[in-house]
Design a protein around this ligand. Structure first.
Ligand code: RNT
Ligand code: ZN
Length: 411
């Protein structure tokens, strides 16, 4: 880095070289499902569960080989430590097995893939896009057969996750999200929640190896077709997580649009030793747009740094846009996540906090505005150089060539 860049940061008490070193504490879990619009390898039909992917850009990955090839292309342009976030529907055994039967054997190829590249893996049971989702309900269904079916699936998911953690020597996360909710105002709000609580208790009853994995529960405010009531609301899961020593997963698209999800991080961390995130970009609703380096993303990264939470947080990405080159979508969103954290690490929080705590609101505002102009780009470029990835838009030429040579040949 140029001495002038270092000098500029030094004036604020920041050493960008230290910031780059601190990036080792960040691991981003890159979601595989952007590459195929959450289709998976089961041929399970349309995406259901109140979530939607729109757009039909060509070149969507159709199987394990295509998806991992696309991932390799994307990963070669992303700096930093990475994991891959999988869903049960990405089972890759010799033949497709029923959801209730999916276990570690269906993921040996993924473990080999991850081992060969020094990646970690995370896991999500898939409780959507399936005929056993009855009337939109799974673990909270009034139908015991339905609940039991999904309880089995999630119990097996804990085994898959434990297998990932053990094999890869890196703790894995099993994140539970269910679509359960109602289109119309419910007659009974408590019943489904009580059933969900009971199902979760049963899932966790056998325990799991906490050295190899964590479990998180993901809340939501509403989904398409389930606008009036979501069983797994934020309050429900926040209570459940704290009481049962599992993690609360905050998806940045799962709250009312005027809520600041970054603001929740410091509260959760006062009561829970660890946190899980799905970083997304909601546009008017939980639309799962590709991450832009906007204020919302920056504030999430700022909170992770200020709360010294990089090591305590499972940072997962969760978006899926089918209207553009899906490999580029992974690269753009992921690079933005790392960039936001690096920028947060180059911010003079001590100075800002001092201004706040001494009631110097004018200085605080002045600083907040002046530091926008610090040469963060130079630090990002240096970080990318050290990581052996492109420091600028030149990665796009390679992804465009991949689109011409590989993606455009798929139909
Ligand atoms: C849905 C949740 C959930 C999914 C993925 C595919 O609203 O955000 O996390 O997006 O599991
Ligand atoms: Zn999510």
């Amino acid at each position: 880095m140029k001495p002038s860049v270092l000098a500029t940061f030094r004036r604020y008490g920041i050493d960008p070289r230290k910031a780059i070193r601190a990036m080792k504490d960040l691991t981003v879990s890159i979601h595989c499902w952007q590459l195929d619009d959450v289709s998976g390898f089961e041929n399970s039909g349309d995406l259901t569960g109140g979530i939607q992917s729109t757009g039909d850009h060509f070149g969507k990955a159709r199987n394990f080989e295509e998806l991992t090839a696309d991932l390799d292309e994307a990963l070669s342009h992303i700096p930093g430590k990475k994991k891959i976030n999988l869903h049960a529907i990405y089972q890759a055994g010799d033949h497709v097995v029923d959801r209730s039967e999916i276990g570690p054997e269906q993921f040996t190829r993924w473990v080999e893939y991850a081992k060969a590249r020094g990646l970690g893996l995370d896991y999500n049971p898939t409780l959507f896009s399936h005929p056993m989702v009855k009337e939109g309900l799974t673990l909270s269904s009034p139908d015991k057969d339905v609940r039991d079916y999904w309880i089995k699936h999630v119990k097996n998911s804990l085994k898959v996750t434990e297998y990932f953690g053990r094999e890869l020597g890196q703790k894995a996360l099993c994140n539970i999200w269910i679509p359960d909710g109602l289109k119309e105002v419910p007659a009974d709000r408590k019943g489904p929640r009580a059933r969900l609580k009971e199902s979760l208790d049963e899932i966790l009853a056998d325990g799991y190896n906490r050295a190899a994995m964590d479990v998180s529960v993901e809340s939501k405010v509403f989904g398409i077709g389930v606008e009036s009531y979501t069983v797994g609301s934020h309050e429900f899961y926040m209570g459940y997580a704290l009481k049962n020593n599992v993690l609360c997963l905050l998806d940045t698209g799962h709250f009312h649009p005027t809520e600041n999800v970054a603001d929740k991080i410091s509260s959760v961390l006062l009561y829970s030793p660890r946190l899980a995130l799905h970083v997304s970009r909601p546009v008017r609703w939980d639309s799962d747009h590709v991450l832009k380096l906007d204020d919302n993303l920056q504030e999430v990264a700022d909170e992770l740094v200020k709360n010294d939470a990089l090591k305590k947080t499972y940072v997962g990405l969760d978006y899926f846009d089918g209207s553009l080159n899906r490999v580029a979508a992974i690269v753009i969103g992921s690079r933005n996540m790392y960039k936001a954290v690096l920028k947060a690490l180059c911010t003079p929080w001590a100075l800002l906090k001092e201004a706040q705590d001494t009631y110097d609101h004018t200085k605080q505002l002045m600083l907040q505005e002046e530091i926008r102009d610090l040469p963060y780009t130079e630090v990002w470029k240096e970080y990318c150089r050290q990581q052996g990835v492109e420091e600028d838009a030149s990665w796009y030429e390679k992804v465009a060539a991949y689109e011409a040579n590989v993606l455009s040949k798929r139909n």
